[in-house]
Write a protein of this length. Sequence first.
Length: 429
Amino acid sequence: MAYSSTFEDALLRVQSFAKRADINAEITEALCHPKEMMSVSLPIRMDDGTKQYFSAYRCRYNNILGPTKGGIRFHPNVNSDEVQALALWMTIKCAVLDIPFGGAKGGITVNPKDLSPMELERLSRAYMRAMVNFISPHRDIPAPDVNTNALIMAWMLDEYESIKREHSPDVITGKPVELGGSLGRDDATGRGAYLCTLELIKVMGWSPNNLTVAIQGFGNGGYHIAQLLEKVGCKIVAVSDSQGGIYAEEGFHIDSLWQEKQRSRQVRAVYCDGSVCELINHHPITNAELLELDVDILIPAALEGVITKDNAHQIKAKAIVEIANGPILFEADDILASKGIKVIPDVLANAGGVTVSYFEWVQNRSGQHWSLDDVHQKLKDKMIDAFSQVWTLAEQKNYSLREAAYINALNRISTATSKLGTHHYFKQT
Ligand code: NAD
């Protein structure tokens, strides 16, 4: 079937892997239908006195393993199809990590950069007001996603607590630490991906020293993995953002690059002014060229659907670590596999964020506050354990890492679902 939507692409993968793992057809079918989808229009009084309407969504995809969990995205491209795909991936991701959560996702179709701070606060609070009976600490727990942050989570929490007239920090994660957030949440996604990358380096028998790395998307996830990989000796030779990328054969100094990006708002400006300019020989590249660089590790950390059947043949990296959700289309999986490229899939590589969100929820529910060392150690244990289970299954059955991750998740979801009875059970009575 030809690819026509992100959700359809996500379903194709689930169906194909479920068939391969011989998952009960009734259970596979259940995973093709989102449990609940809320779609609303949010009327917002703008600063100039006019009223504008914003489309907003929340999908609770599957809750067999626990309350549903997933971020809220503010982006002009948010639509119901994308929200459903992201919610399905969250379902798989929580199951890969063996976290007692189902999957969800939400979003508002908006470019937040077009709003004033007060308009942004009104919109964030309006979202929570609309979803207040959909969301709860036992039912559905949101978190930040693209273009949302701790401050937006704080506004949403405040709105929820005002309506419910109770203290409920466990209703949302990614909050400011002072309002019950967890230490270690800000770099959790990059750190989780880094831990998986180190495990891959180990099992492949490589050494991190001088491995070359290209990163598409020098934002939260991209920056933190770059910083951690640089510390173990990798050379980050290319980074990019929405304006384009830069390449330096000798590798960048990640913290200088990050500071300059914060100042200039784009990576391409970084080495063109300021004192670091003369230090490193570099040249501009496009985002498309970055993906095709001859590097050891490629890290797509920005957008969905950037590697397709059209450019998969040109990818030269030995390994790809998916920090972005869905950067490789289903149609490109086999092409990459035939080239021997190891792909650490998004449902494993970027699961550090939801893992520390889970830790935050546990701390909120038990009235605890863990140290940063505790969070780092628990995250490390969880990521290494999940990676090792995926790697072992992949080796045993000759699966790709993506297939093995999905099959581990599908088996967990399937076993839990079957405890409610399946066609096989009812047919016998
Ligand atoms: P972010 O907004 O901090 O960074 C995204 C980066 O991508 C920015 O540098 C931006 O300029 C760049 N970008 C945007 N459009 C681009 C384009 N067309 N080409 C190249 N670069 C472009 O976001 P983030 O939190 O780092 O998230 C990045 C990806 O990782 C998203 O797909 C997100 O869903 C996924 N992810 C993030 C987390 C998390 O906790 N941050 C967790 C799981 C998955």
